[in-house]
Design a protein around this ligand. Structure first.
Ligand code: HPA
Length: 297
């Protein structure tokens, strides 16, 4: 892939809202890959995206190489509150992994093509599995703060997709199958890992919106009626891109608060971050065990 011409502007700080059609991704990912390979030869088996308040899992990495987003061509340095912007490569639970500490959100004005570049980079680095985590609001009334929910499907209500525009057939198909997008095999592995760690794990459908406003109570009722169990501002585009390139996807939502209107109290970002601090270590244990027990199949 090294001799592909780079689209104009690679290597400079770019407007994160500029459209990145699929056809531009191979050259852009190639530039990112080269920047990582300048620093490490590690070939990850698994890529992990750490959601708001879940960055602590990065502390457990061994033999870590940390690359600030600012050192990666085309990536904006700044990320949302609660997110440190770094790509980390190292060993966790005995397995080589790449982790994104911080992520790119639509509500920051990022183009969908930029939002999914970390996942495409995971794939280019050699990962075959991706674990997506996020903080979310509970739509299922039984999901209180601290609930961990394995995503078994999603509803993309962002109105956006990273796959609009000319396709890159070398990366993935024009028409991308989303049946079993959330791998039944890996979901079973997550449940087994949680059981081994004695951590309760729910399962349900994640609804992705753009944010950054939290939902109105009427929207929460509607989303629950549509079949959603948790709602957040990330993840769905990353899952679409991961499936496009053939990655096996799984993930866990950390429900940090009941959906708007359920308690009568206003929602605050601080509450979301605090729940992450309390429940984050439980999720970290599940993911570490998941990695250890993955085996070589
Ligand atoms: N809604 C959307 N995103 C969220 C929420 C919520 O209630 N909590 C954490 N992220």
């Amino acid at each position: 892939m090294t001799d592909l011409p780079l689209p104009a502007g690679v290597g400079r700080r770019l407007d994160p809202s500029r459209p990145i059609p699929p056809a531009d991704q191979p050259a852009l990912i190639n530039a990112l890959l080269a920047a990582v390979r300048d620093r490490t030869d590690l070939v990850p088996e698994v890529g992990i995206v750490l959601g708001s308040g879940l960055g602590g899992l990065a502390d457990d990495l061994e033999d870590v190489v940390a690359i600030p987003f600012a050192d990666l061509p085309g990536w904006p340095a700044a990320t949302a509150h609660g997110h440190i912007g770094r790509l980390l490569l190292g060993v966790l639970g005995g397995r080589p992994v790449v982790m994104l500490q911080g992520r790119f959100h639509l509500y920051e004005g990022n183009d969908p093509g930029l939002v999914v570049q970390p996942v495409l980079l995971f794939h280019a680095l050699g990962a075959r599995i991706v674990v997506l985590t996020n903080a979310a609001g509970g739509l299922d009334p039984s999901f209180g703060p601290g609930t961990l929910m394995v995503m078994n499907d999603h509803i993309n209500l962002t109105g956006r997709t990273p796959l609009h525009g000319r396709n890159a057939d070398e990366l993935g198909p024009r028409f991308n199958d989303m049946t079993d997008a959330w791998s039944p095999r890996l979901r079973a592995r997550l449940h087994a890992a949680a059981a081994a760690e004695d951590v309760p794990l729910a399962e349900g459908v994640y609804v992705g919106l753009t944010g950054p406003s939290y939902e109105t109570p009427a929207e929460v009722r509607m989303l629950a009626g549509l079949g959603g169990h948790a709602v957040g501002m990330s993840t769905v585009l990353e899952c679409i891109a991961a499936r496009w390139v053939g990655l096996e996807v799984c993930g866990v939502s950390l429900v940090t608060n009941a959906g708007a209107g359920y308690t009568g109290e206003p929602l605050t970002h601080e509450e979301v971050m605090e729940s992450g601090l309390v429940a984050g270590p439980r999720l970290a244990r599940v993911i570490r065990r998941f990695l250890t027990d993955l085996g070589d199949d």
